[in-house]
Write a protein that binds this ligand. Structure first.
Ligand code: TXA
Ligand code: MG
Length: 362
């Protein structure tokens, strides 16, 4: 299949004329990748089971991993769900359009092919003007997972999408680099109490401020590697996600210890002839030897770190790194999402640099 690519020059006010073709492709059951404020999505008509099926094929995604239905207006929600619980209503009024996905009991209109066989449906109203205009023009809810090959870091530029999807989908709508860089927060409001299934830019504190109650994280997020018999609420969480090709180790601890440990581990691998990448920050980048060292930005700027995260992981893929050693980041606010993705990318391989040996051998 030939993949067409169109470029949107004015992201804030996208030309409707340009978006007519991708909208028609979506309506007719084809696949179109498009930018959202979080990551690029791979869209198909969410009400068309066959179209949704093509997404799984293009991504190589397991068919029990449900898709998020993207809408353009509040009025698009009621037909997709049987009920809008109070918590869901308050959260969507506060954060839609935006980087928040809510899980509702699904209506009969939504096929099981979109929800991976579940009786619930994930819905999000993106804030990105290109996404919004495209969904509105398509006139149907758009099922869209991240537009990466399953298991690879999510795409934050149209080039990333091209690397993974060229030849497999009908069109890529290129709206430049996304803003946030990590996927939306998912909150399940279909049960008795709201639960966060995936941390993102709408933080736990922000949800608390709207609901006036603590919104817990699904235990599957905090408990580390998924055991075969554990059934997480978001089926996607049981798969190895966001994985770079290299073996990634996260190093935690006091900054000086972290730097020393990463240098030691990197030198060990380099001396054996391996290709080694280092992920650090603006504050520390001069401390490492020249080579494949990438800064994610200023440590205190969580937004910048989230924005750069997947691009840096993909860059190390392109550089054929064998091993990556990464500094750790704060788990506060957006840091919760950053560390969630990094920890998964590392396959939960986290090293504490607090021990004496790491400190004495420089
Ligand atoms: O920011 C985002 O959410 C991006 C952009 C494109 O909107 N989309 C995205 O989709 O990250 P995806 O498919 O990569 O991740 C969706 C996650 C998966 O972990 C999936 O298991 C979970 O949402 N999910 C979808 N429907 C669900 C449902 N009914 N119940 C529980 N989890 C669900
Ligand atoms: Mg994804």
């Amino acid at each position: 299949m030939k993949t067409e690519r169109i470029i949107i020059e004015d992201k804030e006010q996208p030309e409707e004329e340009l978006l007519k073709k991708p909208a028609e492709i979506l309506r007719n059951g084809g696949l179109v990748a498009f930018p959202t404020e979080t990551v690029y999505g791979l869209g198909a008509n969410a009400l068309n089971e066959e179209a949704a099926g093509k997404i799984y094929a293009a991504k190589g995604r397991p068919s029990d991993n449900p898709l998020i239905a993207h809408i353009a207006d509040f009025d698009d929600l009621p037909p997709l769900v049987t009920v809008i619980p109070e918590a869901g209503r308050r959260l969507m009024e506060a954060f839609w359009p935006g980087p928040l996905t809510l899980i509702f009991p699904k209506s009969d209109l939504v096929p099981y092919g979109t929800t991976g066989g579940l009786d619930t449906v994930a819905v999000r109203m993106p804030a990105d003007p290109v996404a919004n205009a495209l969904i509105r023009l398509a006139g149907v809810p758009v099922a869209a997972p991240s537009a990466n090959t399953s298991g690879r870091p999510s795409p934050t530029t149209a080039d990333h999408v091209w690397q993974d999807m060229n030849g497999k989908i009908d069109m890529i709508v290129d709206g430049g680099a996304v803003g946030i860089g990590v996927e939306s927060t998912i909150i399940d409001v279909s049960g008795d109490e709201p639960v966060i299934l995936r941390p993102g830019a709408i933080t736990q504190e922000m949800a608390f401020s709207v609901l006036g109650q603590e919104v817990p994280l699904d235990p599957a997020i905090v408990s580390g590697p998924m055991k075969a018999d554990v059934r997480p609420k978001a089926p996607g969480m049981k798969y190895k996600h966001y994985a770079p090709k290299a073996d990634l180790t996260l190093v935690e601890g006091e900054t000086e210890n972290v730097i020393r440990t990463i240098k030691r581990l990197a030198e060990e691998k380099l001396s054996k002839g391996f290709r080694v990448g280092i992920i650090c920050t603006e504050e520390t980048k001069e401390r490492y030897p020249d080579g494949m060292v990438r800064s994610m930005g200023l440590r205190a700027r969580e937004e910048t770190i989230a924005h750069n995260l997947y691009g840096v992981l993909r860059e190390f893929d392109d550089l054929d790194a064998d091993f990556i050693f990464s500094e750790s980041f704060s788990r506060d606010h957006l840091g919760q999402a950053i560390m969630n993705r990094l920890t998964k990318a590392a396959g939960y391989h986290i090293l504490n640099a607090g021990c004496k040996e790491d400190c004495v051998h420089d």
